[in-house]
Design a binder for this molecule. Structure first.
Ligand SMILES: Cc1cc2nc3c(=O)[nH]c(=O)nc-3n(C[C@H](O)[C@H](O)[C@H](O)COP(=O)(O)O)c2cc1C
Length: 303
């Protein structure tokens, strides 16, 4: 009998739906026992968010400043043959609950020396967060054997508007001309096929080819233009987050004016600068297509 632990957090339920779909073949297999455990902040983040709370989460997300977590209802000494760690991205970084979970003593102990598959349900920019999580899993002594990433397929500018409607107004849509925000339900439902690949690797204990099998099955949504915008955005976010943190800790009203300026800067960057940058990166992608494709595939294969 193989045992699998699925660790997740989800505000809207989207990431939980994704892990449920991925875990389906594991749950259906009588040689596998699956435990689910939700990691959760002691004081949870609001959903839907107020605008100020949403932007106030930015500096701590960017610099990986952890929040107090509820104690986990799992046995720290239990040996798992596989751990599925599901997380979402906040501000191009692992979400604060996800990053905090990877500093929780029980989770750290459980992960040491164990194979870990990461599962992401995000808007469309996740690569920098993936680098951070990969590094963190290395520090914990876990073996990062696979990564799958589901995104919102809408155009970048459209999905910014729809994700704000979803996360701040609580309206996931479709609303009028705006499509439904988030990972399409059909794509989530189809994710059992990635679970099949994970199950095969688990049964054979051969993890070496799991990630290339996942990538070949389309389990990693990645795009050269978005990835390049993200790399630059992450750097600029660092400068802003540092300035805001100098004004105070999370929730400190002293930093609210700067948080609000950051919000307008972000909207300017997304709606004015990023279309110009996208065009430039699109041309680079077009001119150096084989290089760009290889670069993107290497990131998709990275774990
Ligand atoms: C504060 C905040 C910041 C976010 N930033 C990003 C981001 O930088 N990149 C991205 O692809 N998605 C981003 N998202 C979307 C989330 O990754 C995720 O898809 C969405 O919040 C739904 O997750 P849930 O399952 O927790 O409800 C952000 C969401 C929140 C709440």
């Amino acid at each position: 009998m193989k045992s699998v632990l699925v660790l997740y957090y989800s505000q809207s339920g989207q990431l939980k739906n994704i892990v449920d779909a991925v875990a389906k073949p594991l749950l259906a297999c009588d040689q596998v026992q699956v435990d689910f455990a939700k990691y959760q902040p002691k004081t949870d983040y609001p959903f839907p968010w107020s605008s100020d709370a949403f932007f106030d989460a930015f500096p701590e997300s960017r610099f990986g400043i952890t929040c107090p977590m509820q104690s986990m209802d799992i046995e720290a000494n239990k040996h798992y043959d596989l751990i599925i760690f599901a997380y979402q991205v906040w501000y191009l970084s692992p979400s604060i609950p996800a990053w905090s979970a990877l500093h929780d003593p029980t989770i750290m102990q459980i992960m040491r020396g164990r194979p870990v598959v990461t599962v992401l349900g995000v808007r469309n920019m996740w690569v920098q967060a993936h680098y951070s999580i990969t590094q963190r899993l290395k520090v914990l002594g876990a073996s990062h054997v696979g990564n799958l990433v589901l995104t919102d397929p809408a155009n970048n500018l459209v999905s910014v508007i729809t994700v704000i409607k979803w996360l701040i107004e609580g309206k996931q849509g479709p609303n009028g001309i705006w499509p439904r925000s988030g990972v399409p339900l059909a794509r989530i439902e189809q994710s059992y096929k990635y679970g099949d690949l994970i199950l095969n690797a688990l049964k054979s204990e051969n993890w070496a080819s799991l990630q290339s099998n996942l990538v070949n099955a389309g389990a990693v949504d990645i795009n050269f233009v978005l990835k390049t915008i993200e790399t630059n955005g992450h750097r600029i976010f660092g400068v802003w987050a540092k300035m805001i943190l100098k004004k105070g800790q999370a929730g400190d009203t002293n930093r609210l004016p700067l948080i609000r300026i950051f919000k307008y800067y972000l909207l300017f960057m997304i709606f004015i600068l990023s279309p110009i940058a996208s065009l430039v990166f699109w041309i680079i992608n077009f001119l150096f297509f084989p290089f760009a494709r290889k670069h993107i595939r290497n990131i998709a294969l990275m774990h």
